[in-house]
Design a protein around this ligand. Structure first.
Ligand code: GUN
Ligand code: ZN
Length: 429
């Protein structure tokens, strides 16, 4: 058979939810993975796959660990150039750094430049799919979808909607947010690998009218995602209480306007009331956990284990540029550290799950990306477990795959990304 490629290496599949049972039993290790027409045709031994795919081209990845490409459940591509901006907490950080930068995206050439730069950085770091905020400018949405399409990447994205508490140049209206988003849905949703995410930035920057208009838009387009921010900082929560005096809690500001549902992705979700946790669980909503952002902006420690224990899906996310890294390895390390500060050490299988399957499920792309299951897209990454001398000397001591991989999770960066494939096409390494 022609057209099949077999990659050999340490092929690591997460075959069970590592939060639902013993994490070390959640994996399967194979010696090879077959790729046909951009999709995974199977995993197994090299001999098994060669027998199943006679004439396949065999590409050796040596001892590298082959995983699904990382999926980033919450990122702001327009904040690429202001990553690592010093000294502010959320609201001041938005006003000082973020809003001035987002204004620049009125220029389509600038939007296209940053979109390309961001996606290239993401691929350098082994991230093959993401859910991104844009700016209020429809041109910024066109820019990221077009750049992802040119790279063959799966992406969810949407126009960020704000009609108050933002500079004049970054404000739309309830009507224009609805109509511009509706036009973008027609243009992009379901085109190739593109998914549209209806995107009210967060309750403080939307009037109740705008939230209601976007709730109606979601009801009319139920296969779209909806992404927003929830309970990131305590000052923000107090502000939401003032702005929405009749709301039972922060989540209720969304729920009351038709913005709570299974395809909703709620970024941060740190300081939750019991009712909010109940409603996230009952509705099948997803939380995007953004640990580098939560420490960088000083937001708090998300209870990932508790949320997963309630059956709430959680995807890992960089939240760049509130987050301080483009690397999902660095983000896994931060998730581990946040877990430790909460008294729960996340197992490497759990960290990898959050960065692949959990994030894919948040994007409603479970089974399609973030997995090595047969039939899924062949979006893959090959990890070098000895990418620096410090990591190499530690992994040389490893007694099992987890001890071998954990130093790369904790200390690795783009140097550990030895290969990246998007829909079966090798794009790095
Ligand atoms: N809340 C509202 N907007 C933002 C943003 O751009 N980044 C973060 N981290 N939180 C937000
Ligand atoms: Zn964010």
């Amino acid at each position: 058979m022609t057209g099949t490629t077999i990659l050999t290496g340490q092929v690591l599949s997460l075959v069970r939810d590592p939060f639902a049972g013993p994490p070390e039993e959640a994996i399967r290790l194979d010696g090879a993975i077959a790729v046909t027409a951009g999709r995974i045709a199977g995993t197994g031994s090299r001999a098994e796959l060669e027998a199943a795919h006679p004439g396949a081209q065999v590409v050796s990845c040596g001892e590298r660990v082959i995983l699904p490409g990382f999926v980033d459940a919450h990122v702001h591509f327009p904040q690429t150039a202001i990553v690592a901006s010093w000294g502010k907490r959320l609201i001041d950080w938005l006003n000082t750094y973020t809003f001035p930068e987002e204004m620049r995206f009125a220029d389509p050439a600038y939007a296209a430049d940053v979109a390309a730069r961001y996606l290239d950085l993401a691929l350098d770091h082994g991230t093959t799919a993401m859910c991104s905020y844009c700016t209020i400018h429809p041109e910024s949405v066109d820019a990221i979808f077009a750049a992802a399409e040119a790279r063959g990447m799966a992406i969810a994205a949407g126009k960020t909607c704000m009609d108050r508490n933002a500079p004049e140049a970054l404000r739309d209206t309830a009507r224009s947010a609805h109509d511009d988003s509706a036009a973008l849905i027609v243009r992009w949703h379901g085109r190739g690998r593109a998914v549209y995410a209806i995107t009210p930035r967060f309750s403080p920057t939307s009037t109740p009218d705008q939230l209601a208009a976007l709730g109606e838009l979601w009801a009319a387009n139920p296969t779209c995602l909806m992404q927003t921010h929830l309970s990131e900082q305590t000052d923000e929560i107090a502000w939401v209480k003032q702005l929405y005096p009749q709301a039972r809690d922060y989540l209720d500001t969304y729920e009351a306007h038709g913005l709570l549902g299974a395809r909703g992705i709620y970024g941060h979700a740190i300081h939750l009331d019991p009712r909010e946790i109940d409603r996230l669980a009952e509705t099948g909503a997803s939380v995007a956990h953004c640990p580098t952002s939560n420490t960088f902006i000083g937001s708090g420690l998300c209870d990932v284990t508790g949320l997963r224990g309630r059956g709430i899906n959680v995807g890992l996310a960089t939240d760049t540029g509130g987050g301080s890294s483009f690397s999902m390895l660095r983000t896994m390390a931060a998730a581990y550290e946040v877990g430790q500060l909460r008294g729960t050490a996340l197992h490497p299988a759990q960290l990898l799950w959050l960065a692949t399957e959990g994030a894919a499920r948040a994007l409603n792309l479970g089974g399609q990306i973030g997995t090595l299951a047969t039939g899924a897209w062949a979006d893959l990454v090959a990890l070098d477990l000895a990418s620096t001398p410090a990591i190499a000397q530690r992994s040389a001591r490893a007694n099992d795959i987890w001890e071998a991989i954990f130093p790369t999770i904790m200390m690795g960066d783009d140097r550990a990304i030895a290969g990246v494939w998007v829909a079966g096409r090798r794009v790095r390494g």
